[in-house]
Design a protein around this ligand. Structure first.
Ligand code: NAD
Length: 315
């Protein structure tokens, strides 16, 4: 019995720091049989493919090569990490104009070759919610098959900090960041728990400490970019987790960015909420019992995104 029923292929468009780190993390998992690398700078994609190939004697078999868009035809997931990265002091929304133009070019090429029956588009370039919405529009694919990595990373940062504070494994912390992947994101304190116990029940719970944890979560990218120029390890692993949920049809609850279709009174905007993710993409958005403050925060986030989308003419 072969290990894989048919080759599973992940295509990565944009093999800069995020794309290459994701490729490396994915290769180590042994989860896929083919990783194809596409970049406007072909030389860069070729160099990454060579470097990754030299690691093959140490991992389970996987084919890795640089190529062009026709190779997306056989891809199960196409991850788009192409674009300009955030510079020190620059917000994610500042990047929008430049990255929408790049995204239009990339998605037009991808949609020429890839099949919307087979592939899932996973957008990671920033501002991710706006670019995921734009990718949905530019591709013409069903919204459930066009996903943004959203606040999966922010949720991981939040869980790490809460785990550290309450001295538990971050995987045992159940807490989400929702809304925009960016400055207007919202912490879901009302449902945050450890082993089913609300955080407020813990003796060490402290309002000021929780506020500080959220501030550190929200501002983490700025701190890392200030310190080392870019973020890529944790997002690489977050992408592996999303791709795993898709390829293995895991129906995992992940705070990906997805089209709002009346959820919490929101429409025609992409933002993150805990959603069930499987082989068909986003299967459904969970209906969480949000408190008023969280709903207001979510609407504020949607407002920020829609305003920017209007400024660049996407809506
Ligand atoms: P990078 O500059 O290292 O890499 C970007 C790559 O995109 C480069 O290799 C470049 O050649 C390529 N590229 C540019 N235009 C292209 C085009 N038209 N077609 C194909 N390839 C093209 O940047 P990075 O650090 O890898 O970041 C990539 C993106 O990911 C940025 O937008 C960044 O803000 C975003 N990011 C998102 C998250 C998240 O949580 N969503 C986290 C980190 C970074």
């Amino acid at each position: 019995m072969p290990e894989y029923p048919r080759p599973s292929r992940v295509a990565i468009v944009g093999t800069g720091l995020v794309g290459a780190t994701f490729a490396y993390a994915l290769m180590i998992t042994g989860m896929v049989s083919e990783i194809v690398l596409i970049d406007a700078n072909r030389e860069r994609a070729r160099g990454e493919a060579m470097d990754l190939n030299h690691g093959l004697p140490f991992v389970r078999p996987v084919r890795v090569w640089d190529c062009d868009y026709p190779e997306c035809a056989e891809a199960d997931v196409i991850v788009i990490a192409a674009g300009a990265a955030q510079r020190p002091g620059q917000t994610r929304l500042d990047l929008v104009q430049r990255n929408v133009a790049i995204l239009r070019e990339v998605v037009t090429q991808v949609a020429r070759y890839a099949s919307q029956e087979r592939s899932i588009l996973l957008i990671v370039s920033n501002p991710v919610d706006i670019l995921a919405y734009a990718a949905w529009k530019f591709s013409g694919w069903p919204a459930e098959r066009v996903i943004g990595s959203g606040t999966v990373l922010d949720t991981a940062r939040f869980r790490h900090l809460l785990g550290q504070y309450f001295q538990v494994d971050p995987r045992s912390v159940h807490a989400y960041i929702i809304g925009e992947h960016g400055d207007s994101e919202v912490p879901l304190w009302s449902s945050a728990n450890i082993g089913g116990i609300p955080l407020t029940e813990f003796e060490s719970w402290d309002r000021a400490a929780m506020d500080e944890i959220f501030a550190q979560t929200r501002d983490a990218a700025y701190a890392i970019i200030q310190a080392k120029g870019a973020t890529y390890y944790a997002i690489g692993l977050a992408l592996v987790r999303i791709v795993e949920a898709i390829l293995h049809d895991q129906h995992s609850v992940l705070s990906v960015s997805t089209l709002m279709r009346g959820d919490y009174g929101l429409r025609d905007v992409y933002l993150s909420l805990p959603a069930v993710v499987g082989r068909r993409g986003v299967e459904r958005v969970l209906d969480l019992p949000l408190i008023q403050e969280e709903v207001v925060g979510l609407h504020r986030s949607a407002g920020v995104l829609r305003e920017t989308m209007a400024q660049v003419g996407i809506i």
